[in-house]
Ligand binder design. Structure first.
Ligand code: NAD
Ligand code: MG
Length: 389
């Protein structure tokens, strides 16, 4: 039976890995309904033609002429702008990959969930900034939400057959990023090029910086708390440089179940794509004998304050996670533009959280307003820090 699939964020790291898996699957297993990108028309057009997509959209209205030029006359329906992204997500499909980066993916994540079906969630920021709304939308529509983030996908697999009782804790592993062993003085001078070079995973720019600051793990603690309905105290983070164990669940009887695999997102994506079955993914297998050892350390709270900030935001609740996420997106973008230093990223987030009231935002409009206010405040905090540097 052919499954219809839509990919939001098709041209990115997760989007391309998803399409590579579909290409290697049995012919006729999948067909593409809709593909979305921000403005990479060349990649989107190649993907749309190759998979005979029915609909292709770009979020950036300026990319519309290029899209028309590339795919006009192909029979593929085309559209541009933020509404086109929501339209792509709203078209009926059995399975949707939410792989847009940042809170920019929120409206399409909600639109896809609202029509039921299965949503594979890579876009953790939409869950962090609007968890109640995302989960309530899924519940109301009877949609299935499958975590793609490798740690959450691992925990999801380790929870198979568990009715929610008897869970002592969940462990999310972190590679520790490129600066795992760097002294703080050296971290202050980190360049975007150094921060983008992740030791074990190949990913998009934003999540690579988040991994280097460990804000990625902070966002993931919030993601795990909301996906698995666990208090912050039952979610542990361990630095695990080999990136072989992705997540674990410790049960009341002392058992610890772990999921292992190569550090390759095609495994969790394949899990979500075939769920509840399994499909073949032609990726290098984990060679445990070659690996020889698996190490685990507690993260350093002094050099990686982002993890603490995320835990505090989770405990504060209300709009705090929305503010944390928005301020972080702004700070990461400014760091990539070399406008602020590496250590300024967490500082900007902390200052923004301290300055904005974190009252619970009301519905989507309230969340979007708080997100915008946090972005403006973070930009001001960053400017002040840049002026002082
Ligand atoms: P990426 O930067 O490689 O790709 C992002 C995709 O989103 C691109 O297709 C881009 O065109 C699209 N996009 C960007 N802004 C958009 C907008 N405003 N509207 C519509 N589309 C837009 O990012 P990625 O590494 O593939 O990450 C995507 C998401 O998956 C992120 O939320 C990230 O945290 C999460 N994730 C990624 C990995 C990974 O290994 N790359 C692992 C776990 C989770
Ligand atoms: Mg992850």
């Amino acid at each position: 039976m052919t499954r219809s699939v839509s990919i939001l964020g098709a041209t990115g790291s997760i989007g391309r890995s998803t399409m590579a898996l579909m290409e290697a699957a049995e012919p006729g297993a999948f067909r593409i309904e809709a593909l979305v990108a921000n403005r990479d028309v060349a990649t989107l057009a190649t993907q749309a033609r190759r998979f005979r997509a029915r609909f292709a959209a770009v979020a950036d209205p300026d990319a519309w002429p290029a899209l028309k030029e590339a795919l006009g006359g192909s029979g593929i329906e085309l559209a541009a702008g933020p509404e086109a992204v929501v339209e792509a997500a709203s078209r009926p499909a059995d399975w949707t990959m939410a792989a847009i980066v940042g809170a920019a993916g929120l409206r399409s994540t909600l639109a896809a969930l609202a029509r039921g079906g299965t949503l594979a969630l890579a876009n953790k920021e939409s869950l962090v900034c609007a968890a109640d709304l995302v989960l309530e939308t899924a519940r109301r529509a009877g949609a299935t939400l499958l975590p793609v983030d490798s740690e959450h996908n691992a925990v999801f697999q380790c929870l198979a057959g568990c009715d929610g009782a008897g869970i002592e804790k969940v462990v999310l592993t972190a590679s520790g990023g490129p600066f795992r062993d760097w002294p703080l003085e050296r971290m202050a001078r980190v360049t975007p090029e150094q921060a983008l070079k992740h030791p074990t995973w190949s990913m998009g720019a934003k999540i690579s910086i988040d991994s280097a600051t460990m804000m990625n793990k902070g966002l993931e603690v919030i993601e795990a708390a909301r996906l698995f309905t666990l208090p912050a105290g039952q979610i542990e983070v361990l630095v695990h440089p080999q990136s072989a164990v992705h997540g674990m669940v410790q049960y009341a009887d002392g058992s610890i179940l772990a999921q292992l695999g190569s550090p390759d997102m095609r495994t969790p994506i394949a899990h979500a794509l075939a769920w509840p079955r399994r499909m073949t993914a032609e990726i290098p297998r984990l060679d445990l004998a070659a690996l020889a050892k698996l190490e685990f350390f507690a993260p350093d709270p002094v050099r990686f304050p982002a993890l603490r900030l995320a835990r505090e935001a989770l405990l504060a609740g209300g709009g705090a996670p929305t503010i944390l996420n928005a301020a972080n997106e702004v700070a990461v973008a400014l760091f990539l533009e070399r406008r602020i230093g590496f250590l300024d990223i967490a500082a900007v987030v902390e200052e923004t959280l301290a300055r904005l009231p974190a009252a619970d935002p009301d519905g989507l409009e309230g969340i979007l307003a708080l997100d915008a206010a946090a972005r403006a405040e973070a930009a001001r905090r960053a400017e002040t820090r840049a002026a002082l540097a």
